[in-house]
Ligand binder design. Structure first.
Ligand SMILES: NC(=O)c1ccc[n+]([C@@H]2O[C@H](COP(=O)([O-])OP(=O)(O)OC[C@H]3O[C@@H](n4cnc5c(N)ncnc54)[C@H](O)[C@@H]3O)[C@@H](O)[C@H]2O)c1
Length: 352
């Protein structure tokens, strides 16, 4: 039985709790938040018998639950996760693992040393479109993927906490890289079979119409360990002609191309034989691919996968040891954008 201590009780937490509803292997033991009324509200809505604490420290001190759910802001994750792991608990946590790469690497080391799992929420892997695209690529009839392109254009207006203060994303540095593109980079790694990026080049800009203090557009190019390339354009400050928040994807392979519109449409184009003489444009034969994924979507799908791995005593695809490679892509882009130079990416064990 998993006794769950929920730490951080605001915006995203309800998505986790809705996903856990009705599970017979889970009991919600306690809720913790310095804004105690938020913890009480969730307790009343989801588990009337549960304890309430006024923060992570008090909760970890007094509640002996074996599973911690960390839905605090990124700058709190390191303290919560490392303490919980050292105490022998399993941890499920929100992305990004931490605001800083060295802290995230310490969190991975802590999971290794404690032999306890720390799984990270990457809900955008659990969508019918991307699951269908991934499955189609895995059939290998399109050949080897060598170029992935993604456009993620949004006009994202975050309205703040409702008390007149601006939303933190409108003021922070590198908002789209730090707060959004971790999802998109992680989706690219999912499509490429969990490959690691080995270099990044990123140029940021803030359009004249932007309502962000810092650059809300990032143009990123990555090279992966198998020489495949990702060309990704991400924006939070675009007016019109937007994509969905999942991005519009094309995966160019040696024998054709597979696409997902970021919504409900996946299609492939297979290459045709080329005539022996003269000039010829390869267009291929297009085929719509029916969406084929029977799991739950979004947070619920990821939570199902996490619990299933915990129950089997196994790992799953968004384990911190894998997820750190998506976070490395974010920080390589920040470094590249700040220096104007291409930045190589070495995992911690190679740089130590
Ligand atoms: N996966 C997704 O799609 C998605 C979407 C939104 C947010 N998130 C992530 O979820 C996390 C939380 O985001 P949010 O939007 O819910 O933030 P939020 O600011 O709305 O809520 C965080 C809560 O944590 C509480 N908190 C702060 N310090 C604490 C501590 N020491 N102990 C206990 N509680 C503490 C705050 O009081 C607040 O109630 C972030 O990492 C964010 O990036 C993920």
């Amino acid at each position: 039985m998993w006794e769950v201590l929920v730490i951080g009780c605001n915006g995203i937490t309800r998505k986790w709790l809705d996903a856990l509803k009705g599970r017979e292997d889970v009991v919600l033991a306690a809720f913790a938040d310095p804004a105690v009324e938020r913890a009480e509200a969730l307790r009343d809505a989801y588990a009337p018998g549960a304890q309430v604490y006024d923060g992570a420290d008090a909760a970890l001190e007094h509640c002996k639950a074996n599973l911690v759910l960390d839905a605090t802001p990124p700058y709190v994750h390191h303290a919560v996760v490392t303490r919980a792991l050292r105490e022998g608990r399993c941890v499920l946590g929100e992305k990004p693992m931490a605001g800083d790469l060295s802290q995230a690497r310490e969190m991975v080391a802590c999971a290794q040393e404690s032999s306890r799992p720390y799984f990270v929420m990457q809900n955008r892997r659990y969508l019918r479109g991307i699951q269908t695209l991934r499955a189609e690529l895995a059939k290998t009839y399109l050949g080897k993927p060598y170029l992935v392109t993604c456009d993620m254009f949004l006009g994202a207006h975050f309205m703040g906490p409702g008390d007149g203060r601006p939303d933190f994303r409108n003021r922070m540095e590198h908002p789209v890289l730090v707060d959004m593109l971790i999802h998109t980079f992680d989706q690219a790694r999912f499509l490429l079979g969990e490959k690691r990026a080995i270099s990044a080049y990123c140029q940021e800009l803030n359009p004249p119409n932007s309502w962000y203090d810092h650059s809300a557009i990032a143009l990123c190019t990555f090279v992966f360990e198998d020489d495949s390339v990702l060309s990704l354009r991400g924006s939070w400050a675009t007016k019109c002609e937007n994509t969905t928040s999942h991005g519009f994807w094309r995966v160019y392979c040696t024998d054709g191309t597979a696409c997902w519109d970021g919504a409900e449409r996946v299609w492939v184009s297979r290459a045709q034989p080329v005539p022996s003489a003269g000039y010829f444009e390869e267009e291929g034969v297009r085929e719509e691919i029916p969406l084929a994924y029977s799991g739950r979507e979004d947070h619920a799908g990821c939570v199902d996968d996490m619990l299933s791995a915990l129950n089997r005593g196994q790992t799953m695809m968004t384990d911190c040891r894998n997820n750190i490679h998506s976070l490395e892509m974010v920080h390589a882009c920040i470094q590249s954008a700040e220096t104007g130079k291409k930045c190589s990416i070495s995992p911690a064990d190679e740089t130590a």
